[in-house]
Design a protein around this ligand. Structure first.
Ligand code: SF4
Ligand code: SF4
Ligand code: SF4
Length: 276
C-alpha cells in the first residue's frame, strides 16, 4: 500500500503515508482537519494516514510526512521530536505553536519561570521548560501558520505536496484580504489590529468578525513595522496593548523585543500580586 498507481489529471500521483503528532498543544489544529467534513473523505483519498491519535486507533511508525503540532515545553518532547524527524522524509510544523511557540510561549514573558510554575501547578510541580518552536531543535521543512491552521489552506498545501508543486505562502498582509472583503477598518472603531503586518492566508478571519488581528500567522514578508508604529501612534494605542498582541503567538518575538528595548518597557518579573 506504500505506493499506488494513482493519477491526477493523467499525472502519476504518489499517495504519501502521513502521521500527525502533537507536543504541547491544545490539539485544535488537528481538530480543524477532522472538522472539515465537506472534504475529509477526498483528503483521506489523497494521503494514507498511518498515525493520528486524535482520529484513529491504528498506529504505524512508517510514514513519509510528519505533521507536528505544538511547541516544545519539556525535555522528553525534544527526544520524541528528534525521533519523529529521523523517521520522516518531510516534517511540517503544523500551526503557530509549532512554528513560533504559539500561546504556550506567553509564559516566556515572565522572567521568573519558577513563579509561573508555582502559579499554574501549585504544589503539583511538573517538569516544564521555556516554550520553543520545533525549529529550535530540529530541521523543519515546511511551516503551516495559524492558531488554528486554516483547513482549506492545509488541504491546498497537501495537494501541492502530493503533486510535487512549489508551496508558497502569501507575502502580503491581512489588510489586503480585509480590504478585499470590504470591512470597515477596526482602527476607525477604536480597536487595534495587527493586520497591517501579519501574513495573510486566513481571509482576515478576525476583522471579518469585528475583532482586531492578534498576529497568529506571524509577520508578513513585506511587513512595515515602522508604519505600524505610526498608525498605532496616530490612533492613540498604548505601547502595552501593541506588545500584548505582538507577544501573543511568538511570531513577532524579535519585533516585540526590539520595541520593548526602544520603549524601555521591561518584561513582567512575576509576583503573586500579578495573579488575578
Ligand atoms: S496553534 Fe493554536 S489551535 Fe493550534 S495547537 Fe497551538 S494553540 Fe491549539
Ligand atoms: S481592520 Fe485590520 S486588517 Fe482590516 S484594514 Fe484595518 S488594520 Fe487592516
Ligand atoms: S486575523 Fe490575524 S489573528 Fe485572526 S486568524 Fe488571521 S492572522 Fe490570525
Amino acid at each position: 500500500m506504500k505506493n499506488e498507481n494513482r493519477t491526477y489529471l493523467g499525472v502519476p500521483a504518489h499517495r504519501p503515508r502521513v502521521g500527525f503528532f502533537e507536543l504541547s498543544s491544545c490539539e485544535g489544529c488537528q481538530l480543524q482537519l477532522l472538522n472539515n467534513e465537506a472534504t475529509l473523505l477526498e483528503f483521506l483519498d489523497l494521503v494514507e494516514i498511518v498515525q493520528f491519535r486524535e482520529g484513529m486507533t491504528e498506529r504505524s511508525d512508517d510514514y513519509d510526512i510528519a505533521f507536528v503540532e505544538g511547541s516544545v515545553t519539556r525535555d522528553d518532547e525534544i527526544m520524541r521530536l528528534k525521533g519523529i524527524r529521523s523517521q520522516a522524509a518531510l516534517l511540517v510544523a503544523f500551526g503557530s505553536c509549532a512554528c513560533f511557540g504559539g500561546v504556550n510561549q506567553l509564559k516566556n514573558r515572565f522572567l521568573d519561570q519558577e513563579w509561573v510554575k508555582k502559579s499554574v501547578y501549585g504544589d503539583h510541580s511538573i517538569a516544564t521548560r521555556e516554550a520553543q518552536p520545533l525549529s529550535a531543535h530540529i530541521k523543519v521543512d515546511l511551516e503551516i501558520f495559524g492558531c488554528p491552521v486554516e483547513k482549506g489552506e492545509v488541504e491546498r498545501i497537501v495537494v501541492n505536496l502530493v503533486l510535487g508543486k512549489t508551496i508558497e505562502h502569501p507575502k502580503y498582509p491581512v489588510c489586503m484580504e480585509c480590504k478585499a472583503n470590504e470591512n470597515i477598518c477596526l482602527f476607525d472603531l477604536g480597536e487595534p489590529c495587527l493586520g497591517l503586518v501579519t501574513r495573510a492566508g486566513c481571509d482576515a478571519w478576525c476583522p471579518n468578525n469585528r475583532f482586531g488581528c492578534w498576529g497568529c500567522r506571524g509577520p508578513a514578508e513585506v511587513a512595515n513595522i515602522k508604519q505600524m508604529q505610526e498608525v498605532m501612534k496616530k490612533y492613540g494605542i498604548e505601547a502595552e496593548r501593541v506588545l500584548d498582541r505582538l507577544e501573543c503567538f511568538g511570531g513577532f518575538a524579535e519585533v516585540a523585543a526590539s520595541l520593548r528595548q526602544q520603549l524601555r518597557v521591561t518584561p513582567n518579573a512575576g509576583s503573586h500580586n500579578d495573579v488575578r
